[in-house]
Design a protein. Structure first.
Length: 364
């Protein structure tokens, strides 16, 4: 079985959800040539509740506000996780999900870490297929656009007291999006604040991880940077992630990627990029990368490319890295060789312009 896929036997085609379609689609109000990321939402949402120790029947409903108790435990104790994934318009006009099995697996790993119930993979997959199928017309056709898919789960017990909730809500909504970053980004190596620590929740997509990153990112913005290169919590000597993405560097012609751990998310785009790079004949090293090694490579001129890898941004180019004592400007993007190859190969595969030998695309 190729990674990122689910066998047909795991896609429970007899799964039946309640479906209530919206009366008036908002799609005609959307300018698909000018879509702001994460601000336009499709017509429908999937909802499924966990009550009395089991998942209830799910439903697809019109997207809109929902009512919650002020004492809902998610507000007070932070049991909330999410995933980010995408659907792409194919060359033949159909739509497909990209490696949804990997996102489902990681979502459930996050659930276990946050003491939440796992969502059965077959129900999760069928919810994705049916929701995107209903809102198929929301999948953009432009080459730099896609349908972003946000599955998430949160605690719903109305209770004040520190314990795991007994009830939860699982939801999925979608939104058409354009490019996440419109330009190359300036990043700062962060050596004071920490994104995640060993034994913590860094390998889970827990909402609180992102909340804790906002203040240091704000401080970096006041210094002229767009994002942070996070370093390890114990010594701040090793590179971990870039903002909300995995990080990658090209040094002396080799692609260097920090190895995953308790503090580094196992990104789907990261895994895809590494596989494609190897198949393109690029030497890849997944290992610890020190700040000193990166700074010395920058000074020696052997650091030629630096970029983030993530679902939202795909391949996000870094133009400047701010070390403690100086800023280093990367060479002009038109001289790069590795990142452009990975990005073009990945885009062509996801959109059906080239063959998919890995079985990563799941048609809707």
């Amino acid at each position: 079985m190729h990674p990122g896929t689910l066998p047909i036997s795991m896609i429970r085609m007899d799964t039946s959800f309640d479906v209530r379609l919206c009366e008036n689609s908002a799609i005609n109000q959307v300018d698909f040539n000018n879509i702001a990321f994460g601000k336009v939402f499709s017509d429908h949402v999937f909802v499924m509740d966990y009550l009395d120790g089991e998942w209830q029947k799910g439903s697809i409903e019109p997207y809109g506000p929902m009512s919650m108790s002020p004492a809902s435990m998610v507000f007070h104790y932070g049991q909330a996780i999410f995933e980010g994934m995408k659907a792409y318009r194919q060359q033949d006009g159909n739509a497909s999900l990209f490696r949804p099995g990997d996102n489902i697996k990681r979502f459930n790993l996050s659930a276990v870490r946050m003491s939440m119930p796992e969502v059965p993979a077959d129900i999760f997959m069928q919810a994705l297929v049916e929701l995107v199928g209903i809102d198929n017309q929301w999948v953009p056709s432009k080459d730099d656009a896609s349908l972003y898919i946000r599955p998430f789960m949160f605690a719903t017990d109305s209770h004040v007291g520190v314990r795991a909730s007994h009830s939860y809500r699982f939801m999925i909504f979608t939104c058409p999006v354009g490019a996440y970053y419109s330009k190359a980004v300036r990043v700062k190596v962060e050596t004071e604040y920490t994104r995640a620590a060993m034994g913590g929740t860094g390998a889970a997509k827990a909402a609180g991880n992102y909340a804790g990153s906002l203040y240091p990112t704000k401080l970096a913005g006041e210094q002229g940077y767009d994002q942070l290169l996070w370093t390890d919590a114990s010594s701040h000597k090793f590179i971990e992630e870039c903002g909300t993405m995995n990080a990658a560097f090209v040094v002396a012609g080799k692609l260097l990627v920090p190895a995953t751990s308790d503090t580094i998310l196992d990104g789907v785009t990261r895994k895809s990029a590494i596989q494609l790079a190897k198949d393109l004949g690029i030497t890849v090293e997944e290992r610890a990368i020190s700040v000193l090694e990166l700074e010395e490579a920058a000074k020696a001129g052997t650091l030629t490319e630096a970029f983030g890898l993530g679902t939202a941004a795909t391949v996000s180019v870094m133009c400047t890295i701010g070390f403690k004592n100086c800023d280093f400007d990367l060479p002009s993007f038109d001289t790069w060789t590795v990142a452009p190859q990975i990005k073009t190969t990945l885009e062509n595969l996801r959109r059906g312009y080239s063959e998919d030998p890995y079985g990563w695309n799941i048609p809707v």
